[in-house]
Design a protein around this ligand. Sequence first.
Ligand code: NOJ
Length: 532
Amino acid sequence: MPLTDSDPDWWRDAVVYQVYPRSFADGSGDGVGDLPGLISRLPRLAELGVDAIWISPWYRSPMADAGYDVADYRDIDPLFGTLADADKLLAAAHELGLRVIIDIVPNHCSDQHPWFRAAVAAGPGSAERELFHFRSGDELPNDWPSAFGGPAWTRVDSDSAEDWYLHLFSPGQPDFNWDHPEVRAEFESILRFWFERGVDGFRIDVANLLIKQRGLPSRAPLDAAGEPSPYEDRPEVHDIYRGWRRVANSYVGTRIFVGELWVHPDSLKRYLRPDELHTGFNFPYLQAPWQAAELRSIIDSTLALHAEVGAPPTWVLGNHDVTRVVTRYGREDTSWTEPAGRLVVPSDLELGTRRARAAALLYLALPGCAYIYQGEELGLWEVEDIPAELRQDPTFFQTQGANPGRDGCRVPLPWEAGETWFGFGTSGTAEPWLPQPEAWRAYAADAQADDPSSVLALYRDALRLRHSVDGDLDWVESSADVLRFRRGAGFECLVNLGSEAVPLPAGAEIVLGSAPISGGTLPSDTAVWLRG
Ligand code: NOJ
């Protein structure tokens, strides 16, 4: 059904599907996913039953970090298509009733961005360099690390004693100086550019990192003194988002922000005050082990902190940065920790799949918004045997291969079991940018579509039934390994995270199960939705 502006609260319980464009569908046949590919598959997402899509960066970029290094915030990278394709995509999505959220990357740009090139050309002490963080000296300016490994500083010219510049990520991603009014004005203008083209919202990349402590002090002495980090979660960042909220509120319909906020839960709520961001990712939930008490405690604290500010929670199992949930839940340690979680540790994929199915029914039953990372609805796992020469994630290179990086969760999707590249590209086209495991033939979307026991069918059924689930969450006390809660009058969710089957409540009607149910008991690592 085409979208109208009549639902101002659409984002409060939306299911948002994350599209990682280079791995979603390849329309041009060059082995890399793109906007024509995405447009052609949009009807599949509408059939799945999601409300919105979030598209990882599509901007012009040299791809030092898969597009999170932006050279032009107002254009589409030729690898993905054109601005005309973006307009077509927005129109096609809206026609299908899907909202479109795009990524915005405000902490840093690409070293090929015209501002950074001008700063390099203008030399030390220039006004152009004020837009970034440049420092002179023989030694590294401070002890800040790059999130991808190594120091957060690189010299403009490695062969001379030229200035250093700050990059909290790869050297191809110089950090902006957000104390500069031109940076602030530029980003508000970029937001307007896309809002005017019709986007429904932005996912804000590393939303908590923009502001750096004046003087850029080293971190170790601050850590030792129990002082806050000089570059994470600085209080001045909230002003930026108040300004952004005013921009969003000036458009018709509700245009939203979702922040990527790797912060303490007490901090998270400050970003979600009514005049700041609409939502923020719930990473404690994503990081939690498959363990009843731990999950319940995170669900409770999440609901409580969001209630304080009147924002809906988000529930997330994965994204393009973390190990896929099937693999994580099949390991002995089911929690997610970075960087240890990236190390290749044995995983029982059958067990992981069983748990991921139960986890899907759990998180889709919780009040608030849910995010699906592409491929979760197919039950895909982390591809851990990608040869070194095919890896592309800067994490792999900046740690000299010690950390395999994030390519394993970014392998192109399988659409049709019988087609070349499982339908990711079209017949006769280039090989996908990362190889797809042969076992994914059986996981192709078309192989699952008509199989009622498939992961895809489970997601489709859950998304359809979720529309009638409403109301606050009320726990029903149960045994230690079981999570049981009601929402509203007629809905109950029951998840058995223990190793023994548990009795199901007498007389309840099972409307959906993550595994076959018989004999009035709920098997281990299984979830059900009940009515009555
Ligand atoms: C978070 C993004 O999700 C990740 O993919 C990226 O590498 C960093 N931010 C830097 O932009």
